[in-house]
Write a protein of this length. Structure first.
Length: 262
Protein backbone atom coordinates (compact mmCIF):
# COMPACT_ATOMS: atom_id res chain seq x y z
CA UNK A 1 0.00 0.00 0.00
CA UNK A 2 1.31 3.42 -0.98
CA UNK A 3 0.29 6.90 0.06
CA UNK A 4 -1.03 9.68 -2.13
CA UNK A 5 -2.89 12.98 -2.10
CA UNK A 6 -5.71 14.39 -4.20
CA UNK A 7 -5.34 17.64 -6.09
CA UNK A 8 -8.77 18.50 -4.64
CA UNK A 9 -7.00 19.23 -1.34
CA UNK A 10 -5.87 22.52 -2.91
CA UNK A 11 -9.16 23.55 -4.57
CA UNK A 12 -9.77 26.17 -5.98
CA UNK A 13 -6.11 26.30 -6.99
CA UNK A 14 -5.75 25.43 -10.68
CA UNK A 15 -5.42 21.70 -11.27
CA UNK A 16 -1.92 21.78 -12.75
CA UNK A 17 -0.61 23.87 -9.82
CA UNK A 18 -2.30 21.55 -7.33
CA UNK A 19 -0.69 18.52 -8.99
CA UNK A 20 2.71 20.24 -8.82
CA UNK A 21 2.18 20.67 -5.07
CA UNK A 22 1.41 16.96 -4.63
CA UNK A 23 4.59 16.07 -6.54
CA UNK A 24 6.71 18.56 -4.59
CA UNK A 25 5.46 17.12 -1.30
CA UNK A 26 6.90 13.74 -2.29
CA UNK A 27 3.73 11.65 -2.54
CA UNK A 28 4.06 8.42 -4.52
CA UNK A 29 0.45 8.60 -5.74
CA UNK A 30 -1.85 11.39 -6.88
CA UNK A 31 -5.52 11.67 -7.71
CA UNK A 32 -6.29 14.34 -10.29
CA UNK A 33 -9.62 16.08 -9.78
CA UNK A 34 -10.44 17.85 -13.03
CA UNK A 35 -12.37 21.10 -12.64
CA UNK A 36 -13.37 22.34 -16.11
CA UNK A 37 -14.28 21.03 -19.53
CA UNK A 38 -11.15 22.55 -21.07
CA UNK A 39 -9.07 20.34 -18.76
CA UNK A 40 -10.24 17.32 -20.77
CA UNK A 41 -8.33 18.43 -23.86
CA UNK A 42 -5.27 16.44 -24.88
CA UNK A 43 -2.93 19.42 -24.62
CA UNK A 44 -3.90 19.98 -21.00
CA UNK A 45 -3.60 16.27 -20.24
CA UNK A 46 -0.09 16.33 -21.70
CA UNK A 47 0.73 19.30 -19.45
CA UNK A 48 -0.37 17.30 -16.41
CA UNK A 49 1.68 14.35 -17.60
CA UNK A 50 4.77 16.51 -17.91
CA UNK A 51 4.43 17.51 -14.24
CA UNK A 52 4.75 13.90 -13.03
CA UNK A 53 7.21 12.71 -15.66
CA UNK A 54 10.61 12.20 -14.06
CA UNK A 55 9.16 12.42 -10.55
CA UNK A 56 8.39 9.69 -8.02
CA UNK A 57 4.65 10.42 -8.32
CA UNK A 58 2.20 8.27 -10.27
CA UNK A 59 -1.32 9.42 -11.10
CA UNK A 60 -3.58 6.65 -9.83
CA UNK A 61 -7.06 8.06 -10.49
CA UNK A 62 -9.00 10.82 -12.23
CA UNK A 63 -12.18 12.45 -11.00
CA UNK A 64 -14.46 14.16 -13.56
CA UNK A 65 -15.57 17.74 -12.92
CA UNK A 66 -19.13 16.82 -13.92
CA UNK A 67 -20.35 15.02 -10.79
CA UNK A 68 -22.99 17.69 -10.23
CA UNK A 69 -24.49 16.85 -13.64
CA UNK A 70 -24.77 13.12 -13.22
CA UNK A 71 -28.26 12.83 -11.76
CA UNK A 72 -30.13 14.61 -14.59
CA UNK A 73 -27.65 14.15 -17.44
CA UNK A 74 -26.25 10.63 -17.03
CA UNK A 75 -28.81 8.78 -14.92
CA UNK A 76 -31.91 10.81 -15.79
CA UNK A 77 -34.86 9.80 -17.97
CA UNK A 78 -34.20 11.94 -21.07
CA UNK A 79 -32.22 9.75 -23.46
CA UNK A 80 -31.10 12.54 -25.80
CA UNK A 81 -29.58 14.52 -22.93
CA UNK A 82 -27.73 11.39 -21.79
CA UNK A 83 -26.26 10.95 -25.28
CA UNK A 84 -25.17 14.59 -25.30
CA UNK A 85 -23.32 14.35 -21.97
CA UNK A 86 -21.81 10.87 -22.16
CA UNK A 87 -19.01 12.39 -24.23
CA UNK A 88 -17.65 14.04 -21.07
CA UNK A 89 -16.97 10.57 -19.67
CA UNK A 90 -15.44 9.34 -22.91
CA UNK A 91 -13.00 12.27 -22.75
CA UNK A 92 -12.40 11.74 -19.02
CA UNK A 93 -11.52 8.08 -19.51
CA UNK A 94 -9.28 9.01 -22.42
CA UNK A 95 -7.47 11.60 -20.28
CA UNK A 96 -7.06 9.03 -17.50
CA UNK A 97 -5.54 6.57 -19.95
CA UNK A 98 -3.14 9.22 -21.28
CA UNK A 99 -2.02 9.92 -17.70
CA UNK A 100 -1.52 6.24 -16.93
CA UNK A 101 -4.27 6.30 -14.28
CA UNK A 102 -5.99 3.07 -13.35
CA UNK A 103 -9.31 4.46 -12.13
CA UNK A 104 -12.03 6.98 -12.93
CA UNK A 105 -14.13 7.91 -9.90
CA UNK A 106 -17.91 8.42 -10.20
CA UNK A 107 -20.27 9.99 -7.64
CA UNK A 108 -23.45 8.94 -9.44
CA UNK A 109 -27.01 10.05 -8.77
CA UNK A 110 -28.21 11.87 -5.68
CA UNK A 111 -30.20 9.84 -3.18
CA UNK A 112 -33.44 11.80 -3.58
CA UNK A 113 -33.65 13.46 -7.02
CA UNK A 114 -36.76 15.46 -7.91
CA UNK A 115 -37.61 12.84 -10.53
CA UNK A 116 -36.92 9.34 -9.18
CA UNK A 117 -34.14 7.34 -10.84
CA UNK A 118 -34.88 3.60 -10.88
CA UNK A 119 -32.02 1.45 -9.70
CA UNK A 120 -32.25 -0.65 -12.86
CA UNK A 121 -31.57 2.40 -15.06
CA UNK A 122 -28.75 3.48 -12.76
CA UNK A 123 -27.03 0.10 -13.09
CA UNK A 124 -27.57 0.00 -16.87
CA UNK A 125 -26.06 3.46 -17.36
CA UNK A 126 -23.19 2.70 -14.99
CA UNK A 127 -22.44 -0.39 -17.06
CA UNK A 128 -22.13 1.90 -20.07
CA UNK A 129 -19.62 4.04 -18.16
CA UNK A 130 -17.70 0.87 -17.29
CA UNK A 131 -17.64 -0.12 -20.97
CA UNK A 132 -16.25 3.29 -21.92
CA UNK A 133 -13.51 2.85 -19.36
CA UNK A 134 -12.66 -0.63 -20.60
CA UNK A 135 -12.18 0.69 -24.13
CA UNK A 136 -9.52 3.02 -22.73
CA UNK A 137 -8.02 0.44 -20.38
CA UNK A 138 -9.22 2.12 -17.17
CA UNK A 139 -11.59 0.94 -14.44
CA UNK A 140 -14.67 3.04 -13.64
CA UNK A 141 -15.40 2.96 -9.90
CA UNK A 142 -18.34 3.91 -7.72
CA UNK A 143 -17.40 6.14 -4.80
CA UNK A 144 -19.52 6.06 -1.66
CA UNK A 145 -20.80 9.65 -1.31
CA UNK A 146 -23.02 11.30 1.29
CA UNK A 147 -26.46 12.36 -0.03
CA UNK A 148 -25.97 10.16 -3.09
CA UNK A 149 -27.40 6.72 -3.72
CA UNK A 150 -23.99 5.26 -2.96
CA UNK A 151 -24.03 6.56 0.63
CA UNK A 152 -25.93 3.41 1.59
CA UNK A 153 -24.39 0.02 2.26
CA UNK A 154 -27.62 -1.60 1.09
CA UNK A 155 -27.63 0.28 -2.22
CA UNK A 156 -23.99 -0.61 -2.86
CA UNK A 157 -24.73 -4.26 -2.13
CA UNK A 158 -27.57 -4.17 -4.66
CA UNK A 159 -25.27 -2.49 -7.19
CA UNK A 160 -22.57 -5.10 -6.61
CA UNK A 161 -25.09 -7.87 -7.28
CA UNK A 162 -26.25 -6.18 -10.50
CA UNK A 163 -22.75 -5.44 -11.85
CA UNK A 164 -20.99 -8.60 -10.68
CA UNK A 165 -17.25 -8.60 -11.28
CA UNK A 166 -17.44 -5.11 -12.84
CA UNK A 167 -18.38 -3.56 -9.50
CA UNK A 168 -15.41 -1.61 -8.14
CA UNK A 169 -15.39 0.92 -5.30
CA UNK A 170 -13.41 3.94 -4.23
CA UNK A 171 -13.96 4.14 -0.48
CA UNK A 172 -14.09 7.51 1.31
CA UNK A 173 -13.93 7.64 5.11
CA UNK A 174 -15.47 11.08 5.60
CA UNK A 175 -18.44 10.21 3.40
CA UNK A 176 -19.44 7.31 5.66
CA UNK A 177 -19.23 9.64 8.67
CA UNK A 178 -21.40 12.27 7.00
CA UNK A 179 -23.91 9.65 5.88
CA UNK A 180 -24.20 8.18 9.38
CA UNK A 181 -22.93 4.79 8.20
CA UNK A 182 -20.53 2.63 10.19
CA UNK A 183 -17.15 3.11 8.49
CA UNK A 184 -15.75 -0.26 9.49
CA UNK A 185 -18.94 -2.15 8.62
CA UNK A 186 -18.72 -0.53 5.16
CA UNK A 187 -15.06 -1.52 4.87
CA UNK A 188 -15.67 -5.10 5.92
CA UNK A 189 -18.56 -5.48 3.48
CA UNK A 190 -16.70 -4.14 0.43
CA UNK A 191 -13.04 -4.81 1.25
CA UNK A 192 -12.74 -7.15 -1.74
CA UNK A 193 -14.15 -4.55 -4.16
CA UNK A 194 -12.25 -1.48 -2.91
CA UNK A 195 -9.64 -0.32 -5.41
CA UNK A 196 -8.35 2.74 -3.59
CA UNK A 197 -9.24 4.74 -0.51
CA UNK A 198 -9.79 8.43 0.22
CA UNK A 199 -8.57 9.03 3.74
CA UNK A 200 -9.15 11.75 6.29
CA UNK A 201 -9.48 11.86 10.03
CA UNK A 202 -12.52 12.78 12.12
CA UNK A 203 -13.67 13.46 15.67
CA UNK A 204 -16.92 14.09 17.49
CA UNK A 205 -16.60 17.75 16.48
CA UNK A 206 -15.49 17.46 12.84
CA UNK A 207 -16.05 14.97 10.01
CA UNK A 208 -13.02 15.89 7.89
CA UNK A 209 -9.63 16.43 9.54
CA UNK A 210 -6.05 15.78 8.45
CA UNK A 211 -4.84 12.30 9.49
CA UNK A 212 -3.43 12.42 13.06
CA UNK A 213 -5.71 15.32 14.08
CA UNK A 214 -8.74 13.24 15.07
CA UNK A 215 -9.67 9.89 16.57
CA UNK A 216 -10.02 7.61 13.54
CA UNK A 217 -8.41 4.18 13.90
CA UNK A 218 -6.06 4.01 10.91
CA UNK A 219 -4.48 0.78 12.09
CA UNK A 220 -7.87 -0.92 12.07
CA UNK A 221 -8.41 0.41 8.54
CA UNK A 222 -5.12 -1.06 7.38
CA UNK A 223 -5.79 -4.40 9.09
CA UNK A 224 -9.13 -4.76 7.31
CA UNK A 225 -7.58 -3.94 3.94
CA UNK A 226 -4.66 -6.29 4.59
CA UNK A 227 -7.08 -9.09 5.42
CA UNK A 228 -8.41 -8.82 1.85
CA UNK A 229 -4.94 -8.76 0.32
CA UNK A 230 -5.43 -5.13 -0.67
CA UNK A 231 -2.81 -3.94 -3.15
CA UNK A 232 -4.25 -0.49 -3.83
CA UNK A 233 -3.37 2.91 -2.43
CA UNK A 234 -4.63 5.43 0.11
CA UNK A 235 -5.09 9.02 -1.03
CA UNK A 236 -5.43 11.86 1.48
CA UNK A 237 -8.39 14.10 0.67
CA UNK A 238 -8.99 17.13 2.88
CA UNK A 239 -10.24 20.62 2.02
CA UNK A 240 -8.08 23.72 1.67
CA UNK A 241 -10.52 26.23 3.13
CA UNK A 242 -10.04 24.71 6.57
CA UNK A 243 -6.28 24.04 6.67
CA UNK A 244 -2.74 25.08 5.84
CA UNK A 245 -2.78 22.27 3.31
CA UNK A 246 0.93 21.86 2.55
CA UNK A 247 1.77 21.77 6.24
CA UNK A 248 -1.05 19.39 7.09
CA UNK A 249 -0.32 17.03 4.19
CA UNK A 250 3.35 16.89 5.17
CA UNK A 251 2.47 16.06 8.77
CA UNK A 252 -0.18 13.53 7.72
CA UNK A 253 2.24 11.84 5.35
CA UNK A 254 4.87 11.50 8.07
CA UNK A 255 2.30 10.21 10.57
CA UNK A 256 0.83 7.55 8.29
CA UNK A 257 4.18 6.36 6.94
CA UNK A 258 5.36 5.74 10.50
CA UNK A 259 2.09 4.24 11.70
CA UNK A 260 1.77 1.90 8.72
CA UNK A 261 5.54 1.34 8.39
CA UNK A 262 5.47 2.27 4.72
Amino acid sequence: MRLGASTSCFYPLETEKALKNVVDLGFEKAEVFLNAYCELEDNFTKELGSIVNGSNTEIISVHPFSSFLESPCIFGDYERRYRDYIGIYEKTCHSAAMLGAKYVVIHGAVATPKIPIPDERYFERFNELIAIGKREGVTVCQENVNRFKSQSIEFCKKMRKALGDDYNMVFDIKQTVRAGEDTFEFLEEFKNEIRHVHISDNSTEADCLPPSKGTFDFLRLKNILDSAGYDGDCVIEIYSKNFDVKKELTESKDYLEKLWQL
